[in-house]
Ligand binder design. Structure first.
Ligand SMILES: NC(=O)c1ccc[n+]([C@@H]2O[C@H](COP(=O)([O-])OP(=O)(O)OC[C@H]3O[C@@H](n4cnc5c(N)ncnc54)[C@H](OP(=O)(O)O)[C@@H]3O)[C@@H](O)[C@H]2O)c1
Length: 275
């Protein structure tokens, strides 16, 4: 049985496969099957089942979103935002706990579980004082990476107290020391692109850009994301922090229209865009 305590083993197995595009995932009743297939004109001529196991009900929808991503990509920058129907990710006072349902939070932890790096902006760390670890399912926690141009972070924040390692990208010259943290100073010019390139150079493969709006919008604008997922709760907040803020455009021809998939996740919906 695949449960919250062992699904990370399945994720790791898929990540270790050199070729995953030839794998096919299917689900019948409670059983979850992964097979190796060769196709000719869409007809399966050879099917080699490599995995067949019952899956816990709470993980079915999640696995059907995450596993195809691992089959398709060997590396990616994936961004997620949990938002209301009217596109808000937090109230004006910064409170965002919680817009989404426990199932969507579990989904977020599945993304953390498959990623080796988790990138956030400094406002998210200061406003929410989060831990940013994988806790709702078993699996390793990604390295926390924070963009903090003017080094506002302090050792009083939770991420500097749990002993896990962090990376901070800044534009400031400073001898500030943050616990368990490597600080990289990058030039102000082309800063976002430099952050992206440095993360790649540090050999990270799967990066979750978890927020907030400013950080994700910068990555989106500079075309540095492979996947962008909106986890949409069926609520209306009415006012607050918008999920995406891009430069204004004068024609809808210039709107971003990437390939999209829609997934249902309990009472919520995931709009997944691939660039
Ligand atoms: N619902 C969700 O899924 C979700 C997820 C995460 C966060 N949140 C909420 O989002 C709110 C924070 O969002 P936010 O948009 O205000 O802040 P944010 O993205 O967390 O942080 C933005 C700040 O980080 C720095 N920064 C990030 N990327 C940068 C870049 N590419 N270039 C230069 N500087 C960069 C800048 O710091 P400086 O201003 O110091 O230059 C910027 O002002 C929080 O209240 C949190 O609760 C919600």
């Amino acid at each position: 049985m695949i449960t919250k305590n062992n699904i990370h083993l399945l994720f790791d197995f898929l990540k270790k496969q050199k070729k995953t595009r030839n794998l096919k995932i299917s689900q019948k009743n409670n059983n979850f099957e992964i097979s190796k297939s060769s196709y000719t004109d869409d007809i399966i001529i050879n099917k080699d089942v490599i995995f067949n196991c019952e899956i816990d009900k709470s993980l079915k929808e999640i696995a059907l979103i995450v596993i195809p991503l691992l089959m398709k990509y060997k590396k990616f920058f994936i961004a997620q935002l949990g938002q209301s129907l009217d596109g808000k990710i937090a109230l004006f006072n910064g409170n965002s706990h919680y817009i989404n349902s426990p199932k969507s939070i579990l989904y977020l932890h599945a993304l953390r579980c498959i990623c080796d790096g988790l990138l956030v902006g400094v406002n998210t760390v200061i406003n929410d004082n989060p831990l940013l670890t994988t806790r709702n399912m078993k699996g390793s926690s990604p390295m926390r990476i924070i963009i903090d141009p003017s080094l506002k972070l302090t050792n009083r924040l939770n991420i500097f107290k749990d002993g896990n390692k962090n990376i901070v990208f800044t534009q400031k010259d400073s001898n500030k020391k943050l616990n368990n943290t490597t600080i990289y100073k990058l030039p102000k010019k082309n800063f976002t692109k430099s952050v992206h390139q440095k993360i790649i150079n540090l050999n990270f493969n799967y990066i979750l850009v978890e927020g907030g709006a400013t950080t994700i919008s910068n990555f989106l604008e500079k075309e540095l994301l492979d996947i962008m997922q909106f986890i949409i709760a069926p609520i209306i907040i009415g006012s607050g922090i918008d999920s995406i803020k891009l430069k204004s455009i004068s024609s809808l021809k210039n709107a971003l229209r990437p390939k999209s998939h829609l997934y249902k996740l309990g009472d919520e919906m995931i709009a997944s865009l691939e660039f």
